[in-house]
Design a binder for this molecule. Structure first.
Ligand SMILES: [Zn+2]
Length: 270
């Protein structure tokens, strides 16, 4: 449940060949859809951000349109047979080596209230999972926790609570503007339901923050194909922390980094 609302469903390919769950289908051809259809299916959350693929935010309709133009309207097809990085116009969407070593964030003490320390702890654990395998370093700038908003310029991104029920959490890609660089955690994420811990959910969201796409977009057999704008870092991995289990995935427990996830993250940030 990071949330299941994918472009695949919008694009109408969700019902194709999901029966036997073969592994990757390379050379997928992105289905065409109109801007009107695409726009109608994007969800606008209470922050005014446009959400697609379940947990990815875009600042404005202009950004959403730019994404549509690059990913949906034109088909670039970089696909090839676990981990995949967002790939646009011939290059990876990732942080520079210097920035990757200083990914600063704040955790909103006012929005989380009594859950504040739980979130701080989960963020520490989730960031450690990526830091332990790739050359990245997340820095919790506690100085800004008291004024941790989307316009806080003292950090790269903010972590806040939201009461939406449309997703458990959502994040952003490295090419987002500051106002869209937020990890929003729904109150529903604290319910203790299912096999996903808050830390597990954050491991997945932090993957997006590093530039990683949903692993299930690599397979039309997942029923959750999104688009072809990604570059493979490893072979297809149905157990990846970036693969929704409900999209023909094999991860039945908490969302954890697999060995292929670690290999891919190191390849992206050596
Ligand atoms: Zn996601």
């Amino acid at each position: 449940m990071l949330k299941f609302r994918s472009i695949a469903l919008m694009a109408g390919v969700a019902l194709l060949g999901t029966a036997c769950g073969g592994p990757e289908a390379s050379e997928t051809s992105a289905p065409t859809m109109s801007w009107e259809e695409f726009q109608a299916n994007a969800y606008q959350d209470e922050e005014g951000k446009f959400i697609i693929d379940g947990d990815l935010a875009f600042d404005s309709k202009e950004e959403l349109k730019a994404f549509f133009d690059e990913n949906i309207a034109t088909e670039t097809g970089s696909s090839e047979g676990g981990l995949a990085v967002y790939y646009l116009s011939g290059r990876d969407v990732k942080w520079t080596a210097t920035q990757a070593r200083n990914l600063t964030y704040c955790v909103s003490s006012s929005s989380f209230g009594s859950r504040y320390s739980t979130v701080v702890s989960a963020m520490n654990s989730a960031t450690a999972a990526w830091e332990g395998t790739a050359n990245v370093n997340f820095v919790h700038s506690t100085t800004y926790d008291g004024s941790c908003t989307a316009s806080q310029a003292g950090v790269l991104f903010d972590v806040r609570q939201t009461s939406t029920t449309s997703y458990v959490a959502r994040a952003f890609f490295p090419n987002s503007a500051r106002s869209g660089r937020n990890i929003l955690i729904s109150t529903s994420a604290f319910g203790g339901g299912g096999s996903w811990s808050l830390t597990g959910v954050l491991r997945h969201e932090l993957g997006h923050v590093l530039g990683l796409r949903h692993e299930h977009t690599r397979s039309t057999a997942s029923g959750c194909y999104e688009d072809a704008n990604w570059r493979a870092l490893t072979s297809y991995d149905r157990a990846s922390v970036m693969h929704y289990p409900q999209c023909n995935g094999t991860q039945t427990g908490d969302l954890v980094l697999t060995s292929l996830d670690r290999t891919g993250a190191r390849a992206l940030y050596p």
